[in-house]
Design a protein. Sequence first.
Length: 379
Amino acid sequence: MRKYLIAGAVLLAAVAAVVALVPALRYQVQGRLSGEPVVEGQPASYWVYAVREGESTRERAEAAAALGQLGEQAPAETAAALTQALSDPEASVRKSAASALGKVGSAQDAAGPLLTALGDKDADVRAAAAGALGLLRPSDPAVVPALHERAKGEGYLPARLAAFAALGRLGDRATVAVPTLIDALKESDSPLGSPHEFAVVALKAIGPPTLPAVTEALGRPEPRTRIGSLKILAGLGAAARPAVPEVEKRLADEDPLVGLEAVHALWVIERNTERTIGAALKHLRTTETDQRKRGQIRAKAIYILGEVGPDAKAAVPELLAILKDDPESYIRTYTAQALGKMGRDPTIVAALKVAAKDDKDPEVCGAAHEALKKLASSS
């Protein structure tokens, strides 16, 4: 018996020695015993150790990403470890550290290191730093100018778009960037992202201070700029009422897609049902010969009618005919979605049931099924 006790003691001593001598194992054991938050199967202190001392690039980058998942549970030393990792020789580690710092850092303490990272030689690190600054929204007065500079001069589109998004998150503090964001409305989409859409979202978030510049942009020569400006005004809602006279001029725009955005913007701002339905139906009956543009016009008109909802009863017969017979499946999908917003009328329910069961396109069937669920829940 004594022999076994001695052997057990020796084994425990050996295990204790290994734990003491192997830092990673020590942090794993101590962290679990002290009840630290666990992410990716390891306690927080292990990840703090790994981001500082990990031997491989992958290990340090994964550690930084794991620390970001801890959120408010992150221990006090986390932000300092991530700030240190912003100087790591490997860009992938710096990128993960910047992203994580936006989730666990103090806005006041992280602003300086992230502003430095915003000028990193690696574009992905710059993008991550911009995103983190947007999440933290620090009060440091240097943040808006630095992000604005990225929005204007950044050559890597994801980093530029991250700056757009961060400026939007800063709200009316970012009014200096409004002209830059409006200029981006005319840009074409890229496989890496859409400057137009990011600018629209950012300008909506900045809010009413954008109104004068956005209203002025309704007169710009590029249809894409006019469309984006109208989307922003719709996003401002009733606050955009001073722009109504200029929006009304766009109803007769040479580009019907601009005209439709004007219809939608006026609906959101004023809720004029009769004018909205009449204009949307006119566009729905478009004689546009270009098939792609014709589809865009019709889809947007159907969407607007759906937004009007039960008050758009005058459009129901035409929409039912489209749901039944239109050759374009995506138009039938839009129509099913719109009808699902128009109230539990027996003719609508019956038509949607037929489409859900018999349409040859599964997406149309799914849209009709979802529309029926929506109608059932609203009754």
